[in-house]
Design a protein. Sequence first.
Length: 447
Amino acid sequence: MASDTEADILVAGAGVLGVTIAYWVSSLYDCDVVLADSSNAPAMHGSSRNTGVIHRPFYLDPVKKRVFARTSLISHPLWKRLAQSAGLPWKQVGTFNVALEESEVRTIEKYRSWGISNGMDEKELDLLDGRGVSSMEPEVKCSSGLLSRTDVSVDFGAFTRHIWKAVLSRHVRFLGGHRFLSARVRRDVTEAEFRSDEGPHAVRCRYLINAAGGGALSIAHALGLAREYAVMNFRGEYWVVDEPFASRVSSNIYRPPAFPQYPFLDPHFVVRADGSRQIGPNAVMVPGPYIYSGVGLTKLKGLLDGPIRPKARLLTSGDFISLLSREWKSSLSKSAMCDRVRKFVPGLEARMLRRRAVFGVRSSVVGSSGFVPEALVLKGTASAHIINYNSPGATGAPAFSAMVIAELRSAGMLDSFRQKQGDAPIPGWDFESVTARLYAGQRYLLR
């Protein structure tokens, strides 16, 4: 027998974005908020299955990725204050972006300019020749490198769970283990149908905020939005590097992407918040957002989920198919993955990679012009939908979620809810201060 829940605001998705949205909503409005997720606990997918690096916005185009750049810049001190107040790991290790070829030298020089344009201090960014890089990282060989000194390794899953507990203390209700089935709008009320282990469950709300990550586009489609977009899923795989070699590298080591038009990064060498070192990720195409092992044979029909045309353009491209083949090769062969990192860390050997680490899946939205570069926020009747919220999504989540709420307020979409005096149970997480920095003379950030 179906059970029903009534709510003022339903937030779909209990990853880092959904939880921070619930945090701001429950700070600002005296209303009944429900947070729903397909898993029984928060942060079970992308928020815990990522590289774990808070990046400064040196590699983000100030024009094409201006929202990600701005929210990443503003979120950095918010995350730091959370780590300090909650006693969570905050390991400032810095990130080297290294150039092996002349074209990459030009790229990292451009990155430095972008970082300064995005609001970074010049002292945070050091452009070094190969000898200078090797003096700091003897195992790294390159022509030149850009060091972003203030990049930090953290545990985004722990961050999300801490905020989730703060949200629950405000009487936000959590519906875990609720898998989305369908949605519709009736008389300005959104009805979302879920299925849990107990059976079907309907949630009726006055406003839906969809932050469901890999499942966000399906919810938007159900409500008649974003029908021109499709989603393609890419699993990122990691290997743990054994000691003693692991500790010989003390910074994150990246290389500029060879094909920036695609959501692929060449594997990098990463220092985790717990002190371990890993290499990865690759980008293995899988047919669904939660396929963390195998090829997902039971989900293959997901590759045909519409619209087909944007996917077909890519899947008939020789260059794209060649890249997919390379990514699968580095999934099937540990040596192939190792060889990609050995180009700039030549001392690394496949025998040092004895076990795989946690995998994650990136759900990338594709349209008629190819992969969409930034997140999209779409407004419907009694709903808002955040799709394509990918890397560096976790980095900028506190400010990005505040921006979403600010723009829904400006558009009058939350006017039916009674406002209250905002509070900040997390030190420094004050909505008015965050949004003042976000806008700084601008009326809107979202296009």
